[in-house]
Design a protein around this ligand. Sequence first.
Ligand code: SF4
Ligand code: SF4
Length: 236
Amino acid sequence: MGNLADRLKADLHYREGMRACINCGTCTAICPAAEHYDYDPRSIVELVQRGDEEELETLLKSDAIWYCGECMSCRTRCPRNNTPGLIIMALRALAQETGFFTESEKGRQQIYLKRTIGHDILKTGYCVYAEGLGTDTHPEQGPIWDWRQNNWKAIMERLGANYQKPGPGAMRQIPEEALNELHKIFEVTGAFERFEKIEQFSEKKAKQLGLQWDDSLNNEYIKQLYNGNSNENSNN
Ligand code: SF4
Ligand code: SF4
C-alpha cells in the first residue's frame, strides 16, 4: 500500500494547499461545513502535518473527510496561505485509491455519486441532469416530479430552453465533439481508473456486508447507503 504520508505529499492538490499550519483555527471559524457537522479543518490539517501513518489511516477511513463542500472559503482567510479544502481533495483521492472510503458511511456514498453525476457528465455533458433523478431514488420530490419526468420537453419549451437540441441555449444538446473531449480528459487524468477502483472496492465491501450487488442503482448495497443516515456527526 505504500507510505500514506508520502503518497499524500505527491498529490498536486496537497502540494498547493499545504505550506505550514500554525494551528490558529481561522479555517474552522470560516468553514460553513464546520457549522453543520462535527468537522474541524484545523485539526485535519494539523493531523496531516504530523504525518503519523496510523492517524492518517484512521482519518482516511472516517466520515470527516467527506463533509467539506469544497467552497474554498478557507483559502481566502488562512494567514499562512494553506488551503484545507485542497488538502481534503488529496485525502479523498487517497481514500479512493486505497479503498479506505468504504470504511465510512459518507465515504461509501462515492459509488452512488460515480454512477449518477459521474455517468451523467460523460453521457450528457451535464453533471446534474434532471431526467436522471427519478422518484425511486428521490421520493422527496413527490408525485409532481413524476409528471415532470414525462413532460420535460413541453416544460422546457415553455421556459424558452433549447432542450436536447443542437445550438445555443439552456439545456441544449452537448455536441458529440465536446463529449469526446470530456472522455479524453477522463482518460488522460486517470478518472476512469479511479472510477474502476470505486466500483471494485464498493463491490468488495458489499460482499463483506453480505449485500446484493449489481450494476444498477437499486442493488441492496446502494439502497442501504442511500437510505441510511446515522446523523452521527451532524450539529443540526
Ligand atoms: S487557517 Fe491556516 S494556519 Fe490556521 S489552522 Fe487553518 S490551515 Fe492552519
Ligand atoms: S473548502 Fe471545505 S474546509 Fe474549506 S471552508 Fe470550504 S467546506 Fe470548509
